[in-house]
Write a protein that binds this ligand. Structure first.
Ligand SMILES: *Cc1c(COP(=O)(O)O)cnc(C)c1O
Ligand code: SF4
Length: 300
C-alpha cells in the first residue's frame, strides 16, 4: 500500500465504504483468479519501442519516465507490469531522444510512467529542455495523478519547468471522485492553469467508488470548478486482481447516458475502453433512457 497523508485526510473516518479508501485499500477479492483478467491487459509489452517508449497510436509516443507513483491504486492496469524492465533509465535518455528526433510522424510526447511528476524538477526541466529542441514535436502531454493525490508537489520549480517548454503543455490528471478535490487540490490545479497548461481529467469507472449518476455528475462539476475538463471515463482494464471493480458495459453505457442528460456536452467525458491492437481507444456510445428520448422528441 502507498497513500499520501493528505489523500487519507480527505477520507471519511470510520467508513469502510469511503470511495477514496476503496481505491487504495487491498481487498480479499484481489487474490481471486478471474478468467480473462491478466497481467498485461492492454498489450503494453507488444507496444514497447525500446528506450522507455511505448507507441500504440499515430503521432503520439508515450515515454515511461519512471516506475514510481505517489499512490498505489488497486485497480491500476499497470499493477503487474514490469516497470523496472521498461522504464526509461537515465543512460537511455539520449537513445529515446534520438528515436523521437528521427521519427517525424511523432507530434506529441506523453510523459507517463508510473507518475512523471515523481521526478525531481531538475530532471523534468532537463527532459523538457531536450523535448523543446525536437522541431516536429507540437505538444507535450503529462499524465499524472500527483496534483490530485499530493497537491503540494505542484511547487514553483515545477511551474517554472512548464513555462520553459517550447511546446504547449497538456496535463491529464486522474481523479475518480469529487471528494478527491479539496481546497488544496483546487489551488494546485489553479497554479497549473495559470501557467497555461490545458487541464483534462481521466477517470476510471469503478464499482463501489463512482458507479452512480450522482457520483459521476458531481465529479464532472467539481472538475470544472477546479478548471479541469473531463476527458475520458475509462472502462476498467481487465488486470488480474481488479475484477471486483468492473462495471458491465451495458450499465456503463446507461450511466454515461444519464450523465449526458444532465450536463452540458463539454462536461461529459467520453466512455472508452482500451483494446490491444486497436488504432484508438474504443468509444462506447451512451445509452439514452426512454425518458431522455421522450424529452428530446418534445423539444424538437
Ligand atoms: C492512452 C494512450 C495514449 C493516449 O491516447 P489519447 O486517445 O490520445 O488520449 C497514447 N499512448 C498510449 C500507449 C496509450 O495507452
Ligand atoms: S497513479 Fe496511475 S499509474 Fe500510478 S498506481 Fe495509480 S492508476 Fe496506476
Amino acid at each position: 500500500m502507498r497513500v499520501p497523508a493528505s489523500y487519507i485526510g480527505r477520507m471519511r473516518p470510520g467508513d469502510p465504504d469511503d470511495p477514496l479508501l476503496r481505491q487504495v485499500m487491498p481487498a480479499p477479492e484481489e487474490s481471486k483468479n478471474v478468467e480473462g483478467y491478466t497481467d498485461d491487459p492492454v498489450g503494453d509489452s507488444a507496444s514497447v519501442r525500446g528506450a522507455g517508449i511505448l507507441q500504440k497510436y499515430e503521432g503520439r509516443a508515450l515515454l515511461m519516465v519512471t516506475g514510481a507513483c505517489a499512490v498505489h491504486c488497486r485497480y491500476c492496469f499497470r499493477r503487474n507490469f514490469p516497470y523496472a524492465e521498461h522504464a526509461l533509465k537515465s543512460r537511455d535518455l539520449d537513445k529515446a531522444l534520438h528515436l523521437l528526433n528521427e521519427d517525424q510522424s511523432i507530434k506529441e510526447v506523453i510523459l507517463s510512467g508510473g507518475d512523471p511528476l515523481t521526478l525531481t524538477n531538475t530532471r523534468l526541466a532537463d527532459l523538457i529542455a531536450k523535448l523543446s529542441t525536437i522541431p516536429h514535436l507540437r505538444r507535450v502531454r503529462i499524465h499524472t495523478r500527483l496534483p490530485i493525490v499530493l497537491p503540494r508537489r505542484i511547487d514553483t520549480g515545477l511551474v517554472d519547468c512548464l513555462d520553459s517548454s517550447r511546446q504547449p503543455v497538456v496535463i491529464v490528471v486522474h481523479a475518480n471522485h469529487a471528494n478527491e478535490i479539496d481546497t488544496e487540490v483546487r489551488a494546485a490545479l489553479a497554479k497549473l492553469a495559470d501557467h497555461s497548461a490545458l487541464l483534462l481529467n481521466q477517470a476510471v469507472l469503478l464499482r463501489g467508488v463512482n458507479d452512480s449518476v450522482s457520483a459521476l455528475v458531481e465529479l464532472c462539476e467539481s472538475l470544472f470548478e477546479a478548471r479541469v475538463l473531463p476527458y475520458y471515463l475509462h472502462q476498467l482494464d481487465p488486470v488480474k486482481g481488479a475484477a471486483h471493480f468492473q462495471v458491465e458495459d451495458s450499465r456503463a453505457r446507461r450511466l454515461i447516458g444519464e450523465v449526458a442528460g444532465r450536463l452540458p456536452g463539454y462536461l461529459v467525458p467520453r466512455l472508452v475502453r482500451e483494446q490491444a491492437g486497436a488504432p484508438t481507444k474504443l468509444w462506447l456510445t451512451p445509452t439514452l433512457h426512454n425518458s431522455a428520448l421522450h424529452n428530446m422528441t418534445h423539444v424538437t
